[in-house]
Design a protein around this ligand. Sequence first.
Ligand SMILES: Cc1cc2nc3c(=O)[nH]c(=O)nc-3n(C[C@H](O)[C@H](O)[C@H](O)COP(=O)(O)OP(=O)(O)OC[C@H]3O[C@@H](n4cnc5c(N)ncnc54)[C@H](O)[C@@H]3O)c2cc1C
Length: 490
Amino acid sequence: MNKIFVIGAGIGGLTVAAVLSKKGMDVTVLEAQSYPGGCAGTFISHGYRFDAGATLAGGFYPGGPMDLVGQACGIATWPTKPADVAMAVHLPDGTVFERSTLSTDFSKIQTFFGQPGVEFFTWQQKTADAMWDLALKLPSWPPTSITDMIDLGKKGIPWALRRNIISILRDLFGRVADHLEQSNEMLRLIIDGQLLISAQTTSDFANATYGAAALDLPRRGVVHVEGGMGAISQTLVTAIIANGGKVIYKQKVTKIRFEKSDRMVIETKSGQKYEASQIISNLLPWNLAELLDENTPKHLRKITNKNIEGWSAFVVYVGLDGSGLSADHPLHHQILLKRPLGEGNSVFASLSPEWDRSRAPIGHRALTLSTHTNLRYWWDLLEKDIEDYAQQKNNLATSIIDTATRAIPGLSASAKIVLPGTPITYQQYTGRKLGWIGGFPQTNLFQQVSPRISHVLWQVGDSIFPGQSTAAVALGGLRVANMILNEPLP
Ligand SMILES: Cc1cc2nc3c(=O)[nH]c(=O)nc-3n(C[C@H](O)[C@H](O)[C@H](O)COP(=O)(O)OP(=O)(O)OC[C@H]3O[C@@H](n4cnc5c(N)ncnc54)[C@H](O)[C@@H]3O)c2cc1C
């Protein structure tokens, strides 16, 4: 029998495993930790259930990525409740701009940003609709290789999707900033803040079509997940097991050996060996290359020979006394202090819902605060001077809490538990090399990493299109599952 192994129980790995097991395939997921979810996991500490990274869930609307994943793997209901306000964006002058879910309030946009704002969001929505439609319905979109081009040509593109491509042609190589020329600084700052968390770059660099789709997250329906974000992964794990698949925890994969070109052996830290006929890696390309060692194919080496640079996250987990907060206080906030964004100048804050008693002791809330940070800075600091590292960690945590107090009144005083985490923490808990998070900055739509490494080796997760976020990674997993199902068996 064709034995499929998935390395990593992040959202990408679990999605592909859930879909393939539903199709009757023999699938086993090997996970290093004792719980699933990776960056979208939830962990328990001091009586609070903290979201480890991702806090804002979207894509559950009918026909959306999570709905399609549910249909493909037999999940009838997800443990979610709709949210009214997707997030409140706090500007340096104290103005608060709320992004609602499922719709865009154009009269509010007119008041805040005038006609340039209306024109920007009209373009953004139209482009996002076309892009999401293409990503959901066309497996080879965006074409990144001659094979994809041939595939698109062979299968033919339905007329409705061709119309989508025509409507975004002008923007395929453009930047989001091209559509902000008439806008005021307030709108530019909001768009840059939102792009940084959804496309890992700002409007001067973000590809226009990708950026438009990434900015659409609130309109794609934000939900609250009961039990925290980790409940999405738990639901996928339950589906895999119900479909006859397996999820084995505490199995850190240390090596992939090739016995023959299509027969592989996976070795784990605990000394287990698993024979696999297909492997799907839910790891970063750099981590996968370490497991493959001398068997790393040339095209993967091209990526992994480059140094990892760029973003990680600095996170502060706070357990707080919530008695000063109203039950309907918005749960997600982005606080923008000043440019350059990141490094504490922009902070994302997510509170556990008051109604979710599983997340905190009665009257308390679990809060996750995060800011983008340069990963090299923390590794260099740790190497040079461990005391300085600890001091800087404390300083940034205190400053982030001060900043978040703008959105969560009284936070500095109500915080009972404060647990800061750096890129080093991310590497430790998610295995991601140097704690690199968020995938590649989306500057060029046609420079995407291929999920297909060979006919027996695939990758899923936020390094491949459509990139980061639980919804995007789940959609990526679904697309890869469909590719594998269409591929002749090894
Ligand atoms: C601070 C932060 C905030 C975010 N906010 C949001 C948000 O609000 N909304 C949103 O949608 N997204 C958000 N994201 C992004 C989202 O969390 C990620 O894009 C997504 O969860 C990545 O999923 P993945 O499939 O790539 O796997 P990962 O999350 O990277 O999981 C990989 C899994 O593989 C396991 N593993 C690693 N090495 C091995 C090995 N050798 N053997 C076995 N197992 C291994 C890890 O333990 C882990 O469980 C955020 C991310 C971060 C870090």
